[in-house]
Write a protein that binds this ligand. Structure first.
Ligand code: PMP
Length: 385
């Protein structure tokens, strides 16, 4: 077990002891040569994770929402128009963000638990030109995996910048910045990357950087890409004091990812998702997200008839497992189980055990041991460390 409490929410996720140890190293000067080297490694590790040779990595103190903001305001100007493909709460957040900066928004919203059909995107693109299109790779509210490859096929060669929110995907699901022709990949460390929260991570394409350079100013100071670029190209330079411990810890987490290997890591996430779902099925639980667009990083699960969310989550917590409640229209009707980052066979077995015990305690009939028996054959071998 990684921790005393099994944190199985869709972020923050359990942090590997090696990453925690890195976080606890003495805080050094932000221009000390050893830290500058760690910062360089973290930047290179993030680039490798995005599978890009040319994408410009940017790592600043903040979070996923700051990464969204940086990824928008540096490449889209007030008065321009953006097409937002939304699969839930975090897709809709782009609309709010655009509104806050006076940027126009067309919202293409899928019914909760389903994905926007590529044909709908094609129809919008046939009739309009946008400054950019935003895609939420995995919407953490609905568990929906966007069909990114089908979308980027439609966007290839077009003027719209492609902005991908990878917060609930990066590090657990394949993301190919160069192959997919992405212009911005924005993400955060606290989910499938398996590091603590506290950083905004972005990759920018040449085309995206050119959009910023073409403007004299953007409606931001801290989040202005041009102020950060010199630091990202030479981490010994100063703009705003970087959070040294978290950057060292991120570098460690990215090192673990490199050692595991991207293909192996994504395959492990696939196997864990399959094992979790076999276990859920054996307990008679149903997924909220439509078949065909379920992400490997989390499951959104309908509560059985008559089971109240607070009592359910309390029962889980009493068994040492923390899961998240439903958001928006599924609040009180579903719960969310994160299974990304450093989650391994042990956590899956433990959480299925806690689920079985909780359901039983709340009067739901379940077959003892069936969930773990269903999941066990599908579980992956431990990741190399
Ligand atoms: N996008 C997605 C898909 C998310 O899941 C989240 C956080 N759950 C965010 C953006 C915002 O990230 P943060 O909470 O770090 O600001």
């Amino acid at each position: 077990m990684l921790e005393e409490t099994l944190t199985m929410i869709p972020g923050p996720t359990p942090v590997h002891p090696q990453v925690l140890a890195a976080l606890a190293r003495p805080t050094s000067s932000h221009v000390a040569p050893a830290f500058v080297e760690s910062f360089r490694k973290a930047l290179a590790g993030f680039q490798a994770l995005g599978q890009t040779a040319t994408g410009q990595p940017v790592i600043v103190a903040g979070g996923g929402t700051l990464a969204m903001e940086m990824g928008i305001i540096n490449v889209v100007a007030p008065g321009e128009r953006v097409l937002v493909l939304s699969h839930g709460y975090f897709g809709d957040r782009f609309r709010d963000l655009l509104e806050a900066f006076g940027i126009g928004c067309d919202l293409l919203q899928a019914p909760w638990g389903q994905a926007v059909a590529p044909a709908e995107l094609a129809a919008r693109l046939a009739a309009n030109r946008y400054a950019a299109v935003t895609i939420t790779h995995v919407d953490t509210s609905t568990g929906t995996l966007a069909p990114v490859e089908a979308y980027v096929d439609l966007l290839r060669g077009r003027p719209e910048l492609v902005i991908l929110d990878g917060v609930c995907a990066t590090g657990g699901i394949d993301e190919r910045f160069d192959d997919w022709g992405l212009d911005v990949l924005l993400t955060a460390p606290q989910k499938a990357i398996g590091a603590p929260p506290g950083l905004a991570l972005c990759l920018f394409s040449e085309r995206a950087l050119a959009r910023r350079r073409a403007r004299t100013a953007v409606p931001a100071y801290y989040a202005d890409l041009l102020r950060w670029l010199p630091v990202m190209q030479d981490p010994g330079r100063y703009y705003s004091t970087p959070c040294v411990n978290e950057i060292v810890a991120l570098g460690e987490a990215l090192g673990l990812i490199q050692r595991e290997g991207l293909a192996a890591r994504f395959a492990r996430h696939g196997r864990i998702a399959a094992a979790v779902r076999a276990g859920l099925d054996a307990l008679g639980l149903r997924l909220f997200t439509a078949a065909g667009c379920r992400a490997d990083t989390l499951s959104v699960i309908l509560l059985p008839e008559g089971i109240e969310d607070p009592a359910f989550r309390q029962a889980m917590a009493a068994r040492g497992a923390v899961v998240a409640g439903g958001l928006g229209p599924i609040a009180g009707k579903a719960f969310r189980l994160g299974h990304m980052g450093n989650i391994a066979a042990g956590e899956v077995v433990a959480v299925l055990g806690a689920l079985e015990g909780s359901l039983q305690a709340l009067g739901v009939r379940v077959e003892p041991g069936a969930a773990i028996a269903a999941a066990a054959p599908l579980l992956p071998a431990p990741a190399p460390r």
